[in-house]
Write a protein that binds this ligand. Structure first.
Ligand SMILES: Cc1cc2nc3c(=O)[nH]c(=O)nc-3n(C[C@H](O)[C@H](O)[C@H](O)COP(=O)(O)OP(=O)(O)OC[C@H]3O[C@@H](n4cnc5c(N)ncnc54)[C@H](O)[C@@H]3O)c2cc1C
Length: 420
């Protein structure tokens, strides 16, 4: 394992902590060091059971689940709210929770979507009816309510949130992980037993030097906006504009995607001479890095509905690869419901590290179906259970008996795949 060294001077850090100048222990057990812009010490030093990096579609659910199991949990999110592509990207029509006439994904993700829709007096599709087109059963959700309800559920589960921060260095220590995070005016040193990487692009996995998968060609990203008519959150379809070549790898490539996307939208405003009524703050990225997991789900596994021995969640969506020419979804054959194996959430050869969300171990075509929101939420909940149990028992997630993970998932409202 490539144990990346922290850029901070550890001796300096320890001296600072021992001297304790201006340091105080808060009620949360956090050591606060007096703010000094010139100082080398982190402003915050904390210890957790579970660190979730990325508070998006999967990460929010993973953290709430870990918190509900009593694990001391922190979410580090580089943006300003929870929900990721669902909220900041504006893709607030999650799918698919049902397959062939019945619900196949539930749990914490469903709880959040359901409460958002109910509070917004929105509508649910009838899961008992098999729709003609898959997207008829996506659920229009108010992205603003969803983000706030997610914060409320984190607070209730005792999950702490650190916005505007991201890991700068990750190091293995004898006690577990040490992660140095930065945000404006904040350097935070976190020690924890388990990390769940929910960054969408497996960024922590990449920092640690574990192999990731990505092809030269990527699906386009999209900017979501409304031109000429207002957007009613949780009610109507939203306009989408492809951003070809969109790449979420780093701040430079993401900046390019945002600049290109907004420039195209400005061109549309000028051409169509219509009012710009709504614009999400950033590009939604469909595809980035996936992990090379202990298992890599192939498109053959996906379209055949392979039942993995370590299946922890269902997924359901057509193979859905967007290209320059658009998208031609390839629906699954009647009765097929793919499953997600726990081992696809574990970077090959790693310990105490999981992913959840679109970066799971999968080939490109399988990923085009697995990446959707209900599936990401299902993975998040499973990773939350596995990480919380592993932290409590001082084990790595693969050492936890599957039956224990599955029992807790059921207890917490999730539907666990059963062999047909
Ligand atoms: C345009 C578009 C249309 C789509 N249409 C649908 C659809 O119709 N139905 C459907 O169900 N799905 C759809 N999807 C797919 C789905 O929305 C995403 O694949 C899914 O939401 C990804 O979830 P995630 O948790 O993996 O990542 P995200 O939800 O993107 O969350 C990742 C989070 O990690 C944070 N982050 C990233 N790096 C770091 C870091 N280094 N440190 C801290 N935080 C970090 C990000 O800010 C973000 O909040 C669509 C996607 C796009 C882009």
């Amino acid at each position: 394992m490539n144990s990346q060294k922290t850029s901070w001077n550890r001796r300096h850090f320890l001296q600072g902590s021992l001297l304790g100048a201006g340091a105080a222990i808060s009620s949360t057990g956090e050591t606060a060091v007096a703010a000094d812009p010139g100082a080398k010490e982190p402003e915050v030093v904390q210890s957790f059971d579970v660190l979730v990096v990325g508070g998006g579609t999967a990460g929010t659910v993973a953290a709430i689940q870990a918190g509900r199991l009593g694990a001391k949990t922190l979410i580090v999110e580089r943006g300003s709210q929870l929900g990721g592509t669902m909220t900041t990207g504006g893709v607030a029509f999650p799918g698919l929770f049902d397959a062939w006439g019945k619900q196949v994904i539930a749990g914490i993700g469903w709880e959040l979507v359901k409460e958002s829709v109910e509070m917004d007096e929105g509508e649910f599709p009838n899961f008992a009816k098999v729709p003609q087109r898959h997207w008829h059963n996506q659920i229009y959700t108010n992205q603003f309510l969803y983000a706030i309800l997610a914060e409320e559920k984190c607070a209730a589960a005792g999950v702490e949130i650190a916005y505007y921060e991201f890991p700068q260095a990750v190091e293995r220590t004898e006690q577990g992980w040490q992660i140095d995070c930065v945000g404006f005016g904040t350097r935070r040193r976190v020690t924890c037993r388990q990390i769940i990487d929910c960054t969408g692009g497996a960024e922590v996995v990449g920092m640690l030097g574990f192999p990731r998968l990505r092809e030269a060609e990527r699906q386009p990203g999209s900017f979501l906006y409304m031109l000429g008519e207002s957007h009613e959150p949780g009610r109507n379809q939203i306009h989408r504009l492809y951003v070809h070549g969109a790449d979420s790898t780093n701040s430079r490539t993401a900046t390019q995607a945002n600049l290109a996307g907004r420039k195209s939208i400005l061109e549309q405003v000028r051409q169509k001479k219509q009012r710009l009524m709504h614009l999400q703050p950033e590009t939604g990225f469909r595809e980035s890095y996936r992990i090379e997991g202990e298992t890599v789900v192939t498109v053959e596994d996906y379209v055949s509905g392979r039942f993995f021995d370590d299946a922890i969640s269902y997924a359901f969506y057509p193979v859905d690869l967007h290209t320059r020419d658009g998208v031609k979804p390839e629906p699954l054959k009647p009765g097929v419901v793919p499953t997600i194996p726990l081992r696809a959430l574990i970077p090959k050869g790693s310990r105490d590290l999981m992913v959840a969300g679109r970066c799971l171990g999968s080939d490109r075509l399988a990923n085009s179906g697995l990446r959707v929101q209900a599936a990401c939420m299902g993975m998040g909940q499973a990773a939350g259970v596995a990480a919380a149990l592993a932290a409590k028992q001082g084990k790595t997630p693969l050492e936890i008996p599957l039956a224990d993970i599955r029992d807790l998932l059921r207890e917490h409202g999730q539907i666990v795949p059963e062999r047909a």
